[in-house]
Design a protein around this ligand. Structure first.
Ligand code: SF4
Ligand code: SF4
Ligand code: SF4
Length: 333
């Protein structure tokens, strides 16, 4: 049988029965491990869908910066045409479209863009699920990194991520996990992530978590329709893009979802239409599964049981994503 991500999730989710049985022995709140906190010097990205023009300069910048091969999905072997994240693609711009598509950033008869990539979770499930610490969260700035030399190819991270981000390179002789590491090699050289560097409108903006939080608050306070300045590349670049402010939905994606993320999103269209799972709890899945592991079993729980809880969480996210197709709009790469 072909092993697809969905099949793997389905099979692994079957193992959640044991975890469910354990849940009846839920620990007292005093014993529970809390969500991890945002590191003091955390960095991240703000993607503002209302500023995105779908040019995909971020995608080609990402490929260049990370030496990723072209991905041909239309049989011309000429253009890079990924439709989703893959072993060859760390970020992809997708489009929501509905009806006449006459209205940008509107759900009804409208369209909107969305950038998929690793969200650099504040309390990442992939790090919690990895049995050999190949996935790690850097304590200083919160970037979630991957060490191919430590990785044993178990794909627990693939199953555990609630956002469907890590991709296994099935079609290479030496497969690795593919995911955005916030261009850590460029950060080490004093540069900013390539996607933010290349974005012509400031839709993808790099900065400290704190500065991006202030920018999010500023944008939410803007009056829709009034001209405003939007910084390109970094908040303090001094290079601004002028545009009328859009009307945002009342949800900053990543502010609290699954314990929060360091890549956050603003949009004029509800996020369930943009291929992002909604309804995720504010408590991180990693906190839940590690609480079960440490408090009930004194650290002796089988890794598979802990993983089962993370897989169940990822399955719920994956199902939400899948169900989007039935909600009146469509997402395309
Ligand atoms: S989005 Fe997925 S891969 Fe990225 S840090 Fe969060 S759990 Fe890990
Ligand atoms: S931060 Fe770097 S690796 Fe991540 S999506 Fe942007 S360009 Fe790609
Ligand atoms: S480069 Fe900026 S405007 Fe162009 S697709 Fe990417 S995020 Fe959107």
């Amino acid at each position: 049988m072909t092993i697809t991500r969905r099949n793997f999730l389905r099979q692994a989710a079957g193992g959640t029965a044991a975890a469910a049985a354990c849940a009846t022995l839920a620990p007292s709140p005093a014993e529970a491990r809390d969500n991890l906190k945002v590191p003091e010097k955390a960095i991240g990205l703000l993607y503002d869908s209302t500023l995105c023009i779908g040019c995909k300069a971020c995608m080609s910048g990402c490929k260049d910066a990370n030496n990723l091969p072209l991905e041909d999905t239309i049989g011309e072997k000429l253009w890079d045409t990924p439709l989703e994240l893959s072993g060859k693609t760390y970020t992809v711009i997708k489009i929501y479209q509905h009806g006449t598509m006459a209205n940008k950033d509107k759900a009804e008869n409208g369209f909107a863009h969305i950038k998929r990539q690793c969200l650099h979770c504040v309390d990442p499930s992939c790090v919690s699920a990895c049995p050999v610490s190949a996935m790690q969260k850097r304590p200083e700035d919160g970037v979630v990194t991957y060490n191919k030399d430590a990785c044993i190819g178990c794909r627990y991270c693939v199953a555990a991520c609630p956002f469907g981000v890590p991709q296994f390179q099935y079609d290479t002789p030496k497969p690795e996990i593919a995911k955005c590491q916030l261009c850590k090699h460029r950060l080490a050289e004093g540069k900013i992530p390539a996607c933010a560097e290349q974005c012509p409108t400031g839709a993808t903006l790099f900065g400290t978590h704190q500065a991006l939080s202030a920018e999010i608050a500023r944008r939410k306070a803007m009056k829709p329709g009034e001209p405003n300045l939007f910084p390109r590349r970094t908040i303090d670049s001094g290079d601004n893009h002028e545009k009328a402010a859009a009307e945002y939905v009342d949800h900053v994606y990543g502010e609290k979802d699954a314990g929060g993320t360091q890549v956050r999103y603003l949009s004029g269209v509800p996020f369930d239409k943009l291929a992002l799972p909604v309804g995720l709890p504010e408590r991180s899945y990693a906190a839940d599964s590690e609480t079960l592991q440490t408090t009930l079993y004194g650290g002796l729980i089988l890794p598979g049981i802990a993983l089962a809880g993370l897989v169940a969480a990822a399955w719920r996210g994956s199902k939400t994503h899948h169900d989007d197709d039935d909600q009146g709009g469509q997402n395309h790469g």
